[in-house]
Design a protein. Structure first.
Length: 144
């Protein structure tokens, strides 16, 4: 009799745990929230179009291989956001060395990225999560 009671209690606990796990929403990764690689790539494509029209920074991109830039930045954000990509270009400090980017230029690119994400329908909370991951690169980009 005691064994049957223990079995019923254990069974009820298993069912309860299964119900709880089904009811708990699983938090999506930032990579997923950005639309995975395709979504990230679309954001960066949009960013390139915006930069091209932004007089604050467009002169910096004259002569830049935009395909290489797009692929590198897409891979960087993919890896940074928890995706399966492996960013294989130079580190941020090395890429930006000698360019002496200003705070104004850095902020312009951030503004342009936000606009690109807005145009692609990325929610503000998701934008902020990405920007928080990108912010530490500031020290490797500005005045290098």
């Amino acid at each position: 009799m005691m064994r049957i009671q223990l079995f019923k209690i254990a069974s009820a606990m298993v069912v309860l745990l299964l119900l709880i796990s089904c009811a708990s929403p699983t938090k999506k990764s930032l990579y997923d929230d950005l639309g995975q690689y395709e979504g990230i790539d679309n954001i960066i494509r949009e960013l390139i179009f915006i930069i091209a029209k932004d007089e604050r920074v467009s002169p910096r991109y004259k002569g830049v291989n935009l395909q290489h830039f797009k692929k590198g930045l897409s891979d960087y954000i993919c890896q940074l956001s928890g995706g399966p990509c492996k960013y294989e270009n130079e580190n941020m400090k090395l890429i930006h060395a000698g360019h002496n980017y200003s705070n104004t230029e850095f902020n312009a690119i951030v503004d342009d990225l936000i606009l690109a994400m807005e145009k692609r329908g990325i929610p503000v909370g998701v934008q902020n999560r990405l920007l928080a991951l990108l912010a530490p690169a500031y020290k490797d980009v500005v005045y290098q």
